[in-house]
Design a protein around this ligand. Structure first.
Ligand SMILES: [Zn+2]
Length: 82
């Protein structure tokens, strides 16, 4: 997987204490190490990641979804690897 530039994924977090929801931008490496951000409102470390539903654009007339990398390596002629 390739990210353009230095863009990093953004994770949605929610505070257990006050319920404040906030976004945290972190690299995969930081996330792997056990990211535990503090609440920006009450500074509580008791926060948890909110897994919101995967963003799906309803429509059905577009077929340009990103294929998993394993799909490309199979060489099935989808043309996603050139
Ligand atoms: Zn809080």
């Amino acid at each position: 997987m390739r990210w353009k530039g230095n863009s990093m994924p953004i994770y949605a977090y929610s505070c257990d204490l006050c319920g404040q929801s906030f976004d945290v931008r972190a690299s995969f490496a930081e996330k792997e190490q056990g990211l535990q951000p503090v609440c920006p409102k009450c500074a509580s470390p008791k926060t948890r990641q909110v897994i919101s539903g995967v963003m799906v654009v309803r429509g059905g007339d577009r077929n340009g979804v990103a294929a998993p990398s394993s799909f490309c390596s199979s060489g099935s002629g989808q043309g996603c690897c050139g």
